[in-house]
Each structure stands twice: as structure tokens, then as C-alpha cells.
Design a protein around this ligand. Structure first.
Ligand SMILES: [Zn+2]
Length: 263
């Protein structure tokens, strides 16, 4: 090869390599941009020619089988709907002792949690925000209507044994899957830690209406015993109610936005 031909070849190769690299960088950047825009909505997408395409459009054209499937998780609090369900209400007091009614305690804690979750940016809906009677089916229908990503039911326990105290969390993984179990674990752990009450454990596959009939991760939390004098006093105080709400909020936030900082 003559010296001039060699230089020319090297020059052409260098230009070609540079162009290819620039094209790759551009494709990567535009892909990232599409991905960021898509992640705001979340869901299943397909990568076609470096672009993210929503599931439906590709399936319609029959091209889905040639594309790489990617699931984009929703990542910001504002993308998620949280339904909080204060148990009982109206004609249904729930458990009660010494004028402390379960329905009131449930609502007070749910309202604290609502405020904390809204502050983080979540879309939050309460199945009731006053002393109203709502059927169990009505609560499940409400969650479906709001397209809830997660569902938390607030309750207080009672026992014939006044010494019994502590927290129990129920889930039904037959309905909500492993995600539902993980959701229960995170909420229970954080709420026990914040309140300092006794850990009575997580009970899976209990046949409770709201955990069985909801199909998003759904828990029912028996936060404490109204029949234990010390715990009843705690559950009646705003400071303790707020601690429970803080734990529940942290659990929800860790589950939905694991990469975000917990306040
Ligand atoms: Zn109850």
C-alpha cells in the first residue's frame, strides 16, 4: 500500500468510527429521554429501533415478537394512588372500651397518614373521611374505582385478656401475590418500630374481605388492643396515632418508591 493511500484509508476509517459513535450516543440519549417520559406513566413497553413503544400499539401491528420487552416501573410518588381505609364507621363502632371507639381511632390515624403521604406527593384517597358507614364491598369497589396501587385498612383489636397488646398485620397473598406479602412486611416492620409496641406478627391468607377481594397489595392492620389499658391510652393520643401513621407512611414509601429518600 502506498503511503498516501494508507493515510487516506486511516482518515476514512476514523471519520466512519466517529460518525458511528455520534449516532450511538444520539440513539442512547433519545432512548433515555423516551424512557424517562414513559416512566412517568409506568407500565409495559417494547423497545423498537431504539424507541420505547407502549405495549398496545406494537401488539396491534404484530411486531411485538421482534421487540425487546421492558417493564418500566412507576417511580415517583405522584404516579401512585394510595387508598386508606379507616375500618368501621357510622352505626358500626367496631371494638370499644371506656368510651374509646375503634372507628374514631382508625379515622384519626388514617388522617395522619393521609397528610404525611400527600406531603411526599402521593395521590391519597380515604374510603371515608367522616363517621360514615361503608360496606366492605363498598370499600373494595372504591379502591378499584380509584385504581389504587396499594390499599391499607386501619383497625384496632380487642381481647378478653387485658394483658394482650401489640400489632398484627393481615394480608392475602393468594389475591395480591408475593408483592402483597412484601407490602405487609414493610408496613408492619416500620409501624412496629415507630410505635414500639409488641410485634404479634404478619398473618397471611386470612380470609378477611378487604385483603381477599382487593387484588392490588392490600393489608389490614390491627394496630393495637383497646382492651389493654396502656395501649388504649396510647391509641387515644394524637402523638401515638401520628407515630403509627409515620411508620405506615414509611412502609408505603419504601414499597412504592424504594429509591426515594424516606423523610
Ligand atoms: Zn376493626
Amino acid at each position: 500500500m502506498k503511503k498516501t493511500t494508507w493515510i487516506l484509508t486511516a482518515l476514512i476509517l476514523a471519520i466512519a468510527a466517529g460518525t458511528a459513535m455520534a449516532a450511538a450516543i444520539f440513539a442512547f440519549q433519545s432512548g433515555e429521554k423516551t424512557k424517562n417520559a414513559a416512566s412517568a406513566a409506568g407500565g409495559t413497553f417494547y423497545v423498537m429501533e431504539g424507541k420505547l413503544t407502549p405495549k398496545g400499539s406494537l401488539a396491534e401491528t404484530g411486531k411485538a415478537q421482534y421487540a425487546k420487552k421492558v417493564v418500566v416501573r412507576k417511580s415517583k410518588p405522584k404516579d401512585f394512588v394510595v387508598v386508606l381505609d379507616p375500618g368501621h364507621g357510622g352505626k358500626d363502632n367496631g371494638a370499644s372500651r371506656d368510651n374509646v371507639l375503634e372507628k374514631d381511632v382508625n379515622l384519626a390515624i388514617a388522617k395522619f397518614a393521609e397528610a404525611k403521604l400527600k406531603e411526599l406527593g402521593y395521590q391519597v384517597f380515604l374510603t371515608r373521611d367522616a363517621d360514615d358507614f361503608i360496606s366492605l364491598q363498598g370499600r373494595v369497589d372504591f379502591a378499584a374505582e380509584k385504581k389504587a396501587d396499594v390499599f391499607v385498612s386501619f383497625h384496632q383489636n380487642s381481647s378478653g385478656y387485658p394483658d394482650v397488646k401489640g400489632m398484627e398485620t393481615y394480608c392475602t397473598s393468594e389475591s395480591s401475590g408475593e408483592d402483597g406479602k412484601e407490602f405487609a412486611r414493610l408496613l408492619h416492620k416500620a409501624a412496629v418500630k415507630q410505635s414500639g409496641t409488641r410485634d404479634r406478627g404478619i398473618l397471611d391468607n386470612a380470609s378477611l374481605f378487604v385483603t381477599r377481594e382487593n387484588h392490588m397489595p392490600a393489608v389490614l392492620m390491627e394496630l393495637g388492643f383497646l382492651t389493654n389499658e396502656a395501649e388504649r391510652k396510647n391509641l387515644s393520643s394524637a402523638a401515638y396515632q401520628e407515630k403509627l401513621a409515620q411508620g405506615i407512611t414509611e412502609g408505603i414509601h419504601t414499597f412504592l418508591c424504594p429509591n426515594a429518600q424516606t423523610k
